[in-house]
Design a protein around this ligand. Structure first.
Ligand code: SF4
Length: 331
């Protein structure tokens, strides 16, 4: 599933100041103040949970132990996780359980549409577990969910966050892109050097190619990808990932702090400061992304609806610029 070390501690280290010495890690990594979030206790939180239970829908918010659940669910923004709650992979950062998943629920697409309608969602994010056991990796269920949403809540804009569809991505992407989601997200998660330990079932360049092929099939679909920091990546490695993403014409970059969901998962090696996130964001913007969201608590689906509006506005502004450019040249 999509997603989050204590040998180095970047507490006061700024991206703008790479010469700052790295302090030794504390014996046990404590979360810095900028990571703390409020416990989820609101009425909106309780209602969102009740609805998801009634419709038998899983959410990545709960399964991945997302720190933003209190804020998002209070606003009734939940990210539905289709194709069950059991993943066929075991990534070192992800809290979703691993095992042999159950049969695909044929009622799930309609249930997702009912949830979108009852929550009054203007923008919905749909993700899934990896389903390497299915012949199409689960692509047809994404298509059915998109179709059910278009039928039932036509004004809801749709963002999908898919797995890599290992060895099946060409057909899977073609089918999903034909169903025309508004945003296609697939997370690179980390730098290529860390794939063997953090994302062992996946291949960095296969994920990049998947995103590139979305644009090739339909350039009007926004593409989005995210990385977690704090897993031991180096600053220049992150910059290289940004360059690779731009080469694949990815529109929107998200960056957030990796948090260790349980002691069995990969350790947090660095807590990256908010200032360092700002520095990463400035570099990413300079590299040409239409939109960048980078902060300790940024997650793929955090503020996704607001960000979708910004994406559209950024594209319109860019197109306006490219239309105006010849006139400016004439003048
Ligand atoms: S950031 Fe995304 S996964 Fe986390 S609670 Fe919000 S909607 Fe759910």
């Amino acid at each position: 599933m999509a997603s989050h070390r204590a040998h180095r501690y970047l507490g006061a280290m700024s991206e703008a100041d790479p010469a700052t010495p790295i302090a030794p890690a504390p014996a046990k990594a404590r979360k810095p103040d900028w990571i703390r979030v409020k416990a989820p206790t609101s009425v909106g939180f309780a209602e969102t949970r009740k609805l998801m239970r009634r419709l038998n829908l899983a959410t990545v918010c709960e399964e991945a132990a997302c720190p933003n659940i209190g804020e998002c669910w209070t606003k009734k923004h939940a990210t539905v996780m289709i194709l069950g709650d059991t993943c066929t992979r075991a990534c070192a950062f992800c809290n979703v359980k691993t095992g042999m998943p159950r049969a695909v629920d044929p009622l799930e697409p309609e249930h997702v549409a009912v949830a979108a309608a009852e929550l009054g969602l203007e923008h919905i994010v749909i993700t899934s577990v990896d389903r390497d056991d299915l012949p199409d990796g689960g692509a047809s269920q994404f298509v059915k969910v998109i179709e059910a949403l278009r039928r039932n809540t036509p004004s809801t804009t749709i963002e999908i966050l898919t797995p890599d569809f290992r060895n099946k991505s060409e057909k899977a992407v073609e089918a999903i892109v034909t169903a025309r989601p508004d945003v296609y997200n697939h997370n690179l998660e980390t730098v290529p050097r860390l794939y063997p330990t953090i994302r062992p079932g996946a291949r960095y360049y296969a994920s990049l190619r998947l995103l590139e092929s979305v644009k090739r099939h339909d350039p009007s679909i926004f593409t989005k990808s995210g990385v977690m920091v704090g897993l031991g990546e180096e600053r220049l490695e992150v910059h290289q990932v940004m360059d690779d993403m731009r080469s694949a014409d990815i529109d929107f970059l998200t960056m957030g702090q990796y948090l260790q969901p349980t002691p069995r998962h990969a350790k947090v090696l660095d807590f990256v400061t908010p200032q360092a996130f700002n520095a990463y964001a400035a570099i990413a913007r300079a590299k040409g992304f239409l939109l960048v969201a980078a902060s300790p608590l940024t997650r793929s689906s955090y503020h996704a609806g607001d960000d979708f509006a910004k994406l559209r506005a950024a594209r319109e502004a860019k197109l306006g610029m490219s239309v105006k450019r010849p006139e400016t040249a004439k003048g």
